[in-house]
Design a protein around this ligand. Structure first.
Ligand SMILES: Nc1ncnc2c1ncn2[C@@H]1O[C@H](COP(=O)(O)OP(=O)(O)O)[C@@H](O)[C@H]1O
Ligand SMILES: O=c1ccn([C@H]2C[C@H](O)[C@@H](COP(=O)(O)O)O2)c(=O)[nH]1
Length: 227
């Protein structure tokens, strides 16, 4: 249930619980990492609602956006903003929540990329920005730790091609490079937007075996996020 605290809407009784956001480029390995931690008791894992972005009442805003970003970028990102907010305010079922991306990366990375690349009209950007500012001012979006899977764009491009999601077949390497640069400016160089929690950087170009080893090595740091 939501109640009001210091002028913001907050979820009740979740002060001691911890929330971790898993951030990284497209096909950097976020879902694979979440799958690994989902086997741990006391952790609930929330994946990105991509299936909704591919099918809202029979329409596919993700596919439309990749076909014509100038026309459909606002449509997709409005729906991403809504569905991510829905994830953030969902009552916690376990003491630890790991969630894939956030309403912040939707705005600071994906909306920013559309706008900066000239594919989002100024008025669409202004409307989305005002919505975003209203949300983060009025609704508590808890986060204790951001885990950043840091990859090279080339690695993501190869994994993306291998995953072969229909809508993403049109994505060029340059798109992945732009997303990479925005993530680095935000989470590593602190050059763009405020970072709402400490960042744990995990190099993620390695093969699966080494990644699983690295997840295990970082388990304590991740599980103790709010201590
Ligand atoms: N360390 C890795 N080495 C090689 N392939 C990987 C690795 N991690 C994930 N993959 C593969 O790359 C693709 C994208 O991974 P996924 O976890 O879905 O990324 P994301 O959720 O970040 O988009 C999938 O096909 C997955 O099996
Ligand atoms: O705000 C957003 C968030 C994600 N997307 C796109 C990028 C990808 O094509 C999918 C999500 O894929 P991942 O494999 O989880 O990275 O959705 C977007 O356009 N806007």
């Amino acid at each position: 249930m939501l109640s009001s605290s210091q002028g913001k809407l907050v979820r009740n009784g979740e002060g001691k619980k911890s929330v971790i956001w898993l951030e990284g480029n497209i096909a950097s390995g976020k879902t694979t990492c979440l799958e690994y931690f989902s086997k741990t008791s006391d952790i609930e894992v929330l994946t990105e609602p991509v299936s909704k972005w591919r099918n809202v009442q029979g329409c596919n805003p993700l596919g439309l956006m990749y076909q014509d970003p100038s026309r459909w970028g606002l449509t997709l990102q409005t729906y991403v903003q809504l569905t991510m907010l829905d994830r953030h305010v969902l009552p916690m079922a376990s003491p630890i929540r790991m969630m894939e991306r956030s309403i912040y990366s939707a705005k600071y990375i994906f909306v920013e990329n559309l706008y900066k690349s000239g594919k989002m009209p100024e008025v669409d950007f202004a409307v989305l920005s005002e919505w975003f500012e209203w949300i983060v001012k009025n609704i508590a979006i808890p986060v204790d730790l951001i885990v950043y899977l840091q990859t090279s764009p080339q690695t993501c491009y190869e994994r993306l091609k291998q995953r072969c999601r229909e809508e993403e077949k049109v994505i060029p390497l340059e798109y992945i490079e732009s997303i990479h640069n925005l993530y680095e400016d935000w989470l590593i160089h602190h050059k763009s937007f405020e970072v709402p929690a400490p960042v744990l950087v995990m190099p993620a170009d390695h093969d699966l075996k080494k990644m699983l080893h690295q997840f295990e090595e970082n388990r304590e740091k991740i599980l103790m996020a709010n201590c």
